[in-house]
Design a protein around this ligand. Sequence first.
Ligand code: CMC
Length: 381
Amino acid sequence: MTTATNKVEIRRGLMGVYFDRSDSCFIDGTVGKLLYRGYDIHELAENSTFEEVVHLLLFGKLPNRKELDAFDKQLRADRDIPDKVLDIMDTVKNGHPMDVLRTAVSALSAFDPEVKDNSEAAIIRKGLRLTAKAPTIVAAHDRLRKGLKPVKPNASLNHAGNFLYMLNGKMPSEDEMHIMDVDFILHAEHGSNASAFAARVAASTQTDLHSAVVAGIATLKGPAHGGAAEEVMKMAEEIGRPENAESYARNILDHGGRVMGFGHRVYKAEDPRARHLRDRSHTLGISKGQPQWFEILAKLQEVMKPYQAKGIYVNVDFFAGSIYYLMGIPDDIFISIFALGRIPGWTLNVAEQYRSNILIRPLTDYSGPMDVPYTPISKRN
Ligand code: CMC
């Protein structure tokens, strides 16, 4: 038992601490390598689809054609959300999209027939239903807060295309669908990051998947995790023109601040996910007649070059914000897009936790006073 007099080793932020084994995600932060179930993220981003990757993550194998067709059909069939959940969303529609997503996922638990079933098969089925429904929530909320009617899911479109369709109320271009698909692939899973760990901590108490995903959404919302893409784009908008980027960044750094979209707890080389968004941010900017955003980001990268010696490189969020912005997506939905991609990852982490569950309950080393005599309220100053 730890007491105030014990000397214990404290790893703040659990930095460098391994708490379990996993066969789903490998990250080598020193060289910027990321594998999902052994497959290189570059191969998946270049050749695969989000639907295939979700199958890979949750069932451990890339699907063959027949498996993919059945799997995709089920995902498309599960997109609708109950009207009562829409009513709840309408009541809280002035909240941040992540708060509304968190609330709606929580509300969905009341409508899921398997909410209490924590068998691995049920966890995966529930995770897939949440994966299918979450884009409907994010898109419907944006419509509701704009005074528009939510757009019904379109079963002829893939996961990424249907999300853009429901959000904007018009057919996305092939290019936009592909970019969103790649973006979802890149965000699908990332080991024991803060939100996945939060989901695992929740699962370790034997709670249900919906509760664990709510914990994941709540944790992803912070600017040190999923919130960075929104912050990067706000920064780019404040900078306004490429020639202002250097003085803007220097001002942040000289005051001990952080330039958003740089740095990562695990990657001390470039985040491998950033590569796939960099080129797209560039080409999309040119095709939309707004090359300035990529130019601002490129300038920021230049200013931050000396920080590479400290292991600070761009992360996945650095270029993501500019891509969403160029697709006409409101800034405050950027984190929700991260969440849409990550639901399979949270589901996988919860399933893994359940497979050999143990309550996650670390310790803090007490450093306060001991055995303080109790003073009755009448005698307190
Ligand atoms: N700009 C300038 N300096 C930085 C930055 C940055 N973005 N990130 C870290 N540093 C410095 C930090 O000031 C510290 O310097 P010193 O040693 O002189 O005190 C050093 O690097 C180590 O920083 P740390 O906070 O101890 O590192 P961490 O591993 O705890 O932080 C981080 C990781 C992501 C919280 C941090 O890099 C950060 O705040 N970045 C900006 C926010 C961001 O882009 N987050 C998205 C992460 S990627 C998406 C995801 O997977 O969640």
